[in-house]
Design a protein around this ligand. Structure first.
Ligand SMILES: [Zn+2]
Length: 131
């Protein structure tokens, strides 16, 4: 399979689709079958906002082997407009300029290349808004 084809097929999987509990309104992401808040099993599909604020971050200087070409890099937690928190790598960043509370947007990016098969895997990353 060609990487471009995997990318196309992965788009659906990586959409920021979450579930909102029809009983208590709790938003679950990633999607679950049972509401962790009230045990209800019916959810409404919602799309998460693609922007948020950086809540905390940490800088990885010694990376696991498949990420060594990317180190140092930062990983952070962002809170979206609806209160959902996500953990992701921060892309395109000058680590020294990162600040808690700064605005970020969520984009789909290459996460890593599997050297064995040349397969690219994608997922979401945070991109800081500098302006
Ligand atoms: Zn619930």
């Amino acid at each position: 399979m060609f990487p471009s084809r995997i990318w196309r097929e992965s788009k659906h999987r990586y959409r920021l689709e979450a579930g909102k509990c029809k009983k208590c309104g709790k938003i679950v992401f990633p999607y679950r079958l049972i509401c962790p808040e009230c045990g209800h099993r019916e959810f409404e599909n919602i799309n998460l906002p693609d922007t948020g604020k950086l809540v905390t971050y940490t800088v990885i200087r010694v990376a696991p082997s498949q990420f060594t070409d990317q180190a140092p890099y930062a990983v952070g937690i962002a809170e979206l407009a609806n209160g959902v928190r996500l953990l992701a790598q921060i892309a395109d960043c000058e680590i020294e300029k990162l600040k808690v509370g700064m605005d970020i947007r969520i984009e789909f990016r290459r996460i890593q290349t599997d050297g064995h098969h040349g397969v690219l895997s994608y997922g979401y990353k945070f991109v800081p808004k500098w302006y």
